[in-house]
Design a protein around this ligand. Structure first.
Ligand SMILES: C=C1C[C@]23C[C@H]1CC[C@H]2[C@]1(C)CCC[C@@](C)(C(=O)O)[C@H]1[C@@H]3C(=O)O
Ligand SMILES: O=C(O)CCC(=O)C(=O)O
Ligand SMILES: [Fe+2]
Length: 370
């Protein structure tokens, strides 16, 4: 039998001068997950690769949302301390139907198990944030992530107009056979949007901001949902599923399957967050830091995670609430729009732990009013 080529190389002509790309490689998980010789592009520098001590578990506070009405003060205090310490907590009793979660994972499994060509019908285009990506072979030249992703847009505003843009995306891109899958993710995103607004309310209270402030700000949110699939890797100590980064979005609600892999950087060490997590980061003029995290892979089983990135409407001006600004706490970032930040992460800068600072320098350098 002729072995399929692992990677095919051709040169791109449309190089963006600001991205560190690019060769057209193909990451075919069905082949690469058995390969013992990892192509160079997927090997991370040894100072960034996972060390055995990072499997040590970090115990993160559990926020029981069912206690919100009866024990608001205690809950708000717990959230404040989690966000001040590491910007990370797990949410339980959030009202999301476990059957929906299960079905969302099952549909992801089904999609990623499809042959590469079938998945490529939803291929993400250069510079766009949505679609299927088998690793980011066309986007970056080195330190490639050992993962496949399927990303799509959710709009709360469209939902209010009774449009199901997630379900329509699946049907329009992949065909009628994906109507059920699309419907599941439509429902999942609607639930995530609702949960995000609840969490933002608690976050606002924990910062001393009006109860309604963040809920109103994210009304009509234009968010991104991403299915992450990490195939097994025969040399997991040389690779990373998702490199170290702070999400540049407002809040992330992440659901992992039962395979460990999410790690956060705390007190100079990488630590594992046990699966079952709903993890989040917050944007609040830098008062709460977005936590540094990554995903590692393993040699035995695939791992999945579902990430809902809460984002404001594209052209809404992002700025901190007035109550957070005074002489002691001056503005940390200039006004900006999510549309400009998204464009920056997709076309000009590979998101890492410094995305917001790099973005701030970029807009100030351009002297643009956003
Ligand atoms: C706006 C976004 C860019 C990324 C997806 C969302 C939020 C996090 C970003 C990301 C996960 C950070 C690590 C690098 C990245 C390229 C990835 O590995 O997926 C980032 C996403 C992206 O640019 O597609
Ligand atoms: O898969 C994970 O556990 C983390 C993924 C992640 O950080 C992301 O998609 O931004
Ligand atoms: Fe992330």
């Amino acid at each position: 039998m002729v072995q399929q080529p692992l990677i095919s190389l051709t040169c791109r002509k449309d190089k963006s001068p600001l991205m560190d790309t690019s060769n057209d490689l193909v990451f075919d998980a069905s082949v690469l997950s058995h390969e013992r010789n990892i192509p160079n592009q997927f090997i991370w520098p040894s100072e960034e690769t996972p060390k055995p001590d990072s499997t040590e578990e970090l115990v993160v506070p559990l926020i029981d949302l069912s206690l919100y009405h009866s024990q608001e003060t205690g809950l708000v205090r717990l959230v404040r301390s989690a966000c001040e310490q590491h910007g990370f907590f797990q949410v339980v009793n959030h009202g999301i139907d476990p059957k929906l979660l299960q079905e969302a994972h099952r549909c992801a499994e089904m999609f990623f198990q499809m042959p590469l060509m079938e998945k490529q019908r939803a291929q993400r285009k250069q510079g766009e944030s949505c679609g299927y990506a088998s690793s980011f072979t066309g986007r970056f030249a080195s330190k490639l992530p050992w993962k496949e992703t399927l990303s799509f847009r959710f709009s709360d505003q469209k939902q209010k107009q009774k449009q199901s843009i997630v379900r329509d995306y699946f049907v329009d891109t992949l065909g009628e056979a994906y109507r059920h899958t699309g419907g599941i993710y439509q429902k999942y995103c609607e639930e995530m949007s609702r949960l995000s607004l609840d969490i933002m309310e608690v976050l606002g209270l924990s910062l001393g901001v009006d109860r309604a402030h963040y809920r109103a700000f994210f009304e009509g949110n234009d968010s991104i949902m991403r299915l992450n699939y990490y195939p097994p890797c025969q040399k997991p100590e040389q690779t990373l599923g998702t490199g170290p980064h702070c999400d540049p979005t407002s809040l992330t609600i992440l659901h992992q399957d039962d395979v460990a892999g999410l790690q956060v950087y705390i007190d100079g060490k990488w630590r594992t967050i046990r699966p079952r997590a709903n993890a989040f980061v917050a944007l609040s003029n830098g008062r709460y830091k977005s936590c540094l995290h990554r995903a590692v892979v393993n040699s035995r089983v695939p791992r999945k995670s579902l990430a809902f990135f809460l984002c404001p409407q594209m052209d809404k001006v992002v700025k901190p609430p007035g109550q957070l600004i005074d002489a002691k706490n001056p503005r940390a970032y200039p006004d900006f729009t999510w549309s400009a930040l998204l464009n920056f992460t997709q076309k000009h800068y590979r998101s890492d732990m410094k995305t917001l600072d790099a973005f701030t320098d970029w807009i100030l350098r351009q002297g643009q009013k956003l």
